[in-house]
Design a binder for this molecule. Structure first.
Ligand SMILES: CC(=O)SCCNC(=O)CCNC(=O)[C@H](O)C(C)(C)COP(=O)(O)OP(=O)(O)OC[C@H]1O[C@@H](n2cnc3c(N)ncnc32)[C@H](O)[C@@H]1OP(=O)(O)O
Ligand SMILES: CC(C)C(=O)C(=O)O
Length: 795
């Protein structure tokens, strides 16, 4: 480059308009749009479009709502000529659309151009000749007068030929004249030649008869304010302004095509010629999408529809065989994307604030204005989704990551958890040295917090739980309130093994932490807890977040966050605690289930229950646990206070006959049939053969369900009253291997004897059979009294 460019390049000569008006004007409506994609755009392509591509493009322009379309330079090639003929002959042109065709001021080319549109409903005949000193002197070697004469002579020819065409084919014409290289033409000469052309056309009138003067910045040579001055000068000096549409045709050589067009409109321009996404000669024609959407974001209807900008992009890039830059205004792949932390944070806050603002505005019936940091337009209006808005790399911050988690997992992370998870994503981003995808982020979230199904399950997982409460002991200080104590009874999977755990606390979460302390030596406390709802109505769920710390160290620098989602608020909190605990324990070894049960420990009953789950898959109901625990305690007392795992499971089997052949029981079912009786009221009748104290008996009984039918059958054989106090069931295993486990607590009252009760348990592939067997096993062990026969003998 030169040290002194002034020795090579001359500055533009400013126009001295002292009272220029355009700087204080504002936009109030959209200009008339003309797309010249199929002419100026097409002529600038290394491979001009085929007829098929031009047709596709034309249809897309119509879809976008463009009403004036320059379709060709028909004299240039057979392809262009045939394309125009095809549009006319195949009736492709909607009635409200004007096609425009360009011709130089040459008789043969004007004739061919008019031939191309003959028969169409509306056409704008566009003729041009260059008017600037450079072109007059170098290209045409014409004086000013000769330049005017060329334009006038050919305008008259255009008038004559278009009138003939109208007479013959009914085609209605308008005339557009371009003093090509307008911006390099002396302003008064531009007015002078246009006045001469207007006179030669002789038909300019107001309204629909207005002729078009198109004032191109064929090559941008000055800043946009200069173009605006040139347009204002032209508009103020051309006579019969009301009979003229002033059209602007900016190119983009200085990169200010958009600004030129906008200032040109303020200066008086009525119409803009341009191309979608700025295709066109050299640096392109002004971008119509950009201009239209600039208006749209000012609240002005542009009369062009880019609601599906992706579709428009696809058509245009395929037809032009040119890419659109990823940073292209409104349409580029990256324009609704924020990578940097502070932008993401602002956008996230913007969306949150907007939600509230919109709710308030909707309640008041006011417009819901868009006011979003860094996003001048709502991507949704262009058919874009918000997903693309925030993308994550090493420049991103917590806000953006939290936004993505909210969008994809519907979780509104508390601020401190955002900071914590941000470190996780940063580590991935630094390690991988690439953009971190949404998938990377959600997967990292799931595995960090053991969230979202068995795939991400941690070492501890909640299987089932029950929270119960009882009033705390009366406080000594009578002014204090009396809180309720909570009990947590649950089953956890601990390293794949089911463990029954119990704990107490002021609330469900502290009761769970107490259970973990007691059974697994995990001593942690909660420092922060928050929750929110996800969805509403039937689909409503609770999301809970906890921060846990080592117990007794409230100021701990180390903490772990956890998340839980459940339809039940207590469940979501408990899951959140376990999620955090999983991070806290890492791969630390956890105490195994004790195989030798001591009876001074508070954990005894749960440990016994855990042993039964692990041995047989049986999740004993709580009262059954307590009942068996008494049995175990008695047995252990006899063996010096300790009982081994093997002895414990043997004791369970012998006590309840579980896993043993039922035929040795006092009462067992040999065969039965269970039938529905009555109409759809669930009433059942049992007909069966039982073995009762070694004898086979035919029995019959009716009840409201299978078990009450069995009870009725037993009552035909037994003195006194048998009744079911508790019944529960669950499945063991999965798929084809699944079996039902049933638990029945049966009470027996006979004569004056104290009412007794016993538990029965059985498993079977058939749930009715497992229930009946559990009941009969309980009855067998209750030592029922057979009914006296009429002769005084027992049955
Ligand atoms: C700024 C713009 O975008 S203007 C539009 C530009 N678009 C195109 O040129 C695409 C289509 N053009 C073509 O296919 C050809 O140029 C044609 C068919 C129009 C003419 O082709 P040719 O007759 O071979 O001429 P050529 O391409 O060399 O054009 C230069 C001639 O046209 C003349 N000319 C250029 N512009 C104009 C005009 N607006 N009015 C009259 N004559 C003109 C030149 O003075 C030159 O004449 P000369 O040969 O007597 O010196
Ligand atoms: C024909 C004219 C309008 C043109 O395309 C230009 O000057 O860029």
């Amino acid at each position: 480059m030169l040290a002194d460019p002034s020795q090579k390049y001359r500055p533009y000569t400013p126009l001295n308009i002292k009272d220029r008006q355009w700087p204080s004007k504002t936009f109030t409506k959209a200009p008339i749009w003309l797309s010249t994609d199929l002419r100026d755009g097409n002529q600038a392509l290394a491979n001009p479009m085929t007829i098929e591509q031009k047709t596709t493009f034309f249809r897309e322009l119509v879809k976008c709502g463009v009403k004036e379309i320059e379709v060709a330079y028909p004299a240039a090639s057979d392809t262009d000529f045939e394309f125009v003929r095809g549009l006319v002959e195949h009736k492709e042109i909607p009635d409200d659309v004007w096609i425009q065709v360009l011709t130089p001021a040459r008789e043969d080319l004007i004739r061919r151009t008019i031939d191309s549109v003959a028969g169409c409903k509306h056409a704008i005949l566009h003729m041009y000749n260059a008017t600037s000193p450079t072109f007059r002197n170098i290209v045409f070697r014409n004086s000013k007068e000769q330049t005017i004469e060329l334009a006038v002579r050919h305008t008259k020819l255009v008038r004559q030929l278009t009138e003939e065409c109208t007479a013959k084919y009914g085609t209605r014409f308008r005339y557009e004249y371009s003093p090509e290289t307008f911006t390099q033409t002396e302003p008064d000469f531009a007015v002078q030649i246009c006045e001469a052309v207007k006179a030669a056309w002789g038909k300019a009138g107001p309204g629909p008869d207005r002729m078009i003067f198109n004032l191109p910045s064929t090559v941008e040579i000055a800043p946009p304010n200069h173009y605006a001055d040139q347009i204002e000068y032209f508009c103020r000096h051309i006579t019969e302004r009301e009979k003229i549409i002033v059209s602007l045709h900016p190119h983009n050589d200085r990169g200010t095509g958009i600004a030129s067009a906008e200032l040109g409109v303020l200066a008086g321009g009525d119409r803009i010629e341009g191309c979608l996404f700025g295709n066109g000669e050299r640096t392109g024609n002004v971008d119509l999408v950009n201009l239209a959407l600039n208006l749209y974001t000012q609240g002005i209807q542009p009369n062009l529809d880019f609601s599906d900008i992706e579709r428009v992009l696809d058509v245009v890039t395929q037809c032009n065989d040119l890419p659109v830059h990823p940073r292209h205004p409104y349409a580029g792949e990256l324009v609704f994307t924020a990578f940097s932390g502070s932008h993401q944070d602002a956008i996230k806050k913007g969306f949150e604030a907007q939600k509230l603002r919109n709710q308030e505005a909707a309640a008041k019936g006011e417009p819901q204005y868009w006011d979003m940091p860094y996003l001048p337009i709502d991507p949704k209006d262009l058919g874009q989704t918000y997903e693309a808005v925030i993308r994550v790399n090493s420049q991103s911050g917590k806000g953006g990551i939290a936004y993505l988690i909210k969008q994809h997992l519907h979780l509104d992370l508390p601020r401190k958890m955002q900071v914590s998870f941000y470190q996780v994503v940063q580590a991935i981003s630094d390690r991988e040295a690439r953009e971190v995808t949404v998938d990377d982020i959600t997967t990292a979230f799931r595995s960090t917090y053991h969230f979202g199904g068995t795939k991400y399950q941690g070492r501890l997982a909640l299987r089932s739980f029950k929270i119960s409460s009882e009033p705390a002991p009366e406080p000594a200080d009578t002014d204090s309130t009396q809180d309720e104590r909570r009990h947590f009874d649950g089953t956890l999977l601990v390293d794949g093994v089911v463990r029954v755990v119990r704990g107490d606390g002021n609330g469900p979460l502290s009761a769970l932490l107490d259970a973990l302390r007691t059974h697994l030596d995990i001593d942690l406390s909660i420092r922060e807890y928050t929750e929110h709802a996800i969805n509403e109505g039937h689909d409503a769920k609770a999301a809970s977040y906890v921060e846990i710390i080592p117990s007794g160290d409230r100021k701990s620098g180390t903490s772990w966050w956890g998340i839980g989602v459940d339809s039940d608020i207590a469940g979501s909190g408990l899951r959140a605690v376990l999620s955090a605990v999983n991070s806290a324990i890492g791969d630390r070894t956890l105490p195994e289930l004790k195989l030798s049960v001591g009876f001074n420990a508070r954990s005894g009953q749960a440990d016994v229950a855990s042993a039964i789950v692990n041995a047989f898959g049986l999740e004993l109901p709580r009262r059954f646990q307590a009942s068996f625990f008494e049995v175990v305690q008695r047995a252990a007392r006899d063996s010096g206070g300790e009982i081994s795992f093997g002895a414990l499971t043997d004791l369970f089997q012998t006590t309840y006959g579980f896993g043993q052949d039922g035929s040795s029981e006092r009462i067992s079912m040999k065969s039965f049939k269970m039938e529905n009786v009555g109409e759809d009221n669930g009433r059942r009748q049992l007909n069966g053969e039982i073995t009762f104290l070694g004898e086979k008996r035919q029995v019959q009984g009716q009840g409201n369900g299978p078990l009450s039918a069995v009870l009725a059958a037993l009552h035909s054989q037994v003195e006194g009253i048998l009744a079911i106090r508790e019944y529960s069931e669950h499945s063991i295993g999965e798929g084809a291997e699944v079996v039902a486990a049933s638990y029945v607590e049966l009470t027996y009252a006979v004569g004056d004897a104290k009412k007794r009760s016993w538990w029965g348990v059985a498993t079977d592939t058939d749930i009715t059979e497992s229930g009946i067997n559990a009941l009969l096993r309980a009855a067998s062990r209750l030592e029922v009294v057979p009914k006296k026969l009429a002769n005084g003998a027992s049955h």
